[in-house]
Design a binder for this molecule. Structure first.
Ligand SMILES: Nc1nc2c(c(=O)[nH]1)N[C@H]1C(S)=C(S)[C@@H](COP(=O)(O)O)O[C@H]1N2
Ligand SMILES: [Mo]
Length: 324
């Protein structure tokens, strides 16, 4: 990672400003002032935001940091945008940043269908209208045993599902990433049955931790991180947090998901972070916290990635070694 030269937001392939950079956000700090780890502190955030900031048609960003946020040191913008898994652009960690320039993220529509009262193809601006945007600083734990701390901007999926009206009998939510091989070079490789698919149980989808994220570090979502809108489920391995979502389907069956189909013995539907259940090919007991210098550390992995107080009850009575 340190071999990758630092990037400005423009160089990092930021999408069109679907999340407007609100007036007052970050004051007159320049990009270079806030990029280094640690400068983007709660204090700077609060000081820069002051009051609620109106972003017409795009909702408002709450001024207070969320109670769900961790106060662990955040990874730098550089870490978060240069070390990625987004196989649509290649399997190398630098591929998503290197090969996503030509990816069009505006206009963007999301189809919401299946067991909902108001199915349809929603323009992104309409979809996120009236959803209050929040910053949520979450740990992200990849199944490959590395992790980061990322300040997402987004809104709880529950609010969106409430707006479209989930019908009784629906038990699960299925998600799909855009299928666009002409813009996503990795989709020419057939080892995955594209589009990338993920899914949640309805109670997991409705949990207040579950976010639809439209940005990070107060900026529109970088392409390599899943512009313009992606799922973030912080208590599950990173592969559940599907990027560049174009379809959300309410269903009464457990959906088929990309990694579970590819390697059912290695990747389960639940994929809850669990140091007690090893991957068949490596231990999940600890993880490498990505980052330069003293941030490159091996830390113990926490059950549910540390979010057990909010989610452990979802799995009462389930054997998590069986439902991995
Ligand atoms: N569509 C899609 N979504 C995806 C992936 C992918 O390859 N394609 N990779 C997943 C994996 S394995 C991880 S760890 C996270 C990484 O998110 P980040 O690059 O924003 O840190 O995205 C997840 N979402
Ligand atoms: Mo991952």
């Amino acid at each position: 990672m340190s071999a990758v030269p630092p990037k400005s937001p423009a160089d990092a392939g930021l999408a069109a400003p679907l999340v407007l950079k609100p007036r007052g956000w970050r004051g007159d700090l320049r990009w270079s002032d806030v990029t280094p780890q640690g400068l983007w502190s709660r204090r700077a955030l609060l000081g820069g935001m002051g009051a609620l900031i109106a972003a017409p048609a795009l909702g408002q960003i709450a001024a207070e940091p969320s109670a769900y946020s961790t106060d662990e040191a955040m990874n730098s913008f550089e870490d978060i945008t240069s070390y990625n898994n987004f196989y649509e652009f290649g399997t190398g960690k630098g591929d998503p940043a290197a090969y996503s320039d030509g990816f069009t993220t505006d206009p963007w529509a999301v189809t919401i269908d299946g067991m909902v009262d108001r199915p349809g193809s929603y323009d992104l601006a309409d979809l996120i209208e009236a959803q209050p945007l929040e910053e949520r600083i979450y740990r992200l734990r990849c199944v490959e045993a590395w992790s980061m701390v990322i300040p997402w901007i987004g809104f709880p999926l529950a609010g969106l599902l409430d707006r479209v009206g989930v019908q009784s009998g629906a038990t699960h939510v299925a998600f799909e990433t855009v299928l666009r091989p002409e813009e996503m070079p990795g989709q020419s490789s057939r080892f995955i049955d594209w589009p990338y698919r993920e899914g949640l149980r309805l109670d997991e989808a409705m949990n207040p931790l579950t976010l639809m994220a439209t940005g990070l570090y107060g900026e529109p979502m970088p392409k390599q991180n899943g512009a313009p809108i992606r799922l973030v489920v912080p208590w599950k391995y990173g592969f559940k947090s599907i990027k560049s979502v174009v379809r959300i389907t309410l269903t009464n069956q457990q959906p088929r998901t990309t990694w579970q189909e590819l390697q059912p013995s290695e990747y389960g539907f639940y994929a809850n972070v669990n140091p007690e259940v090893d991957h068949p090919r490596w231990s999940q007991a600890s993880e490498r916290r990505i980052g330069g210098g003293f941030f490159a550390a091996r830390v113990d992995t926490q059950k549910f990635n540390g979010y057990g107080e909010y989610v452990a009850q979802l799995y009462a009575g389930q054997d998590l070694a069986q439902d991995y």
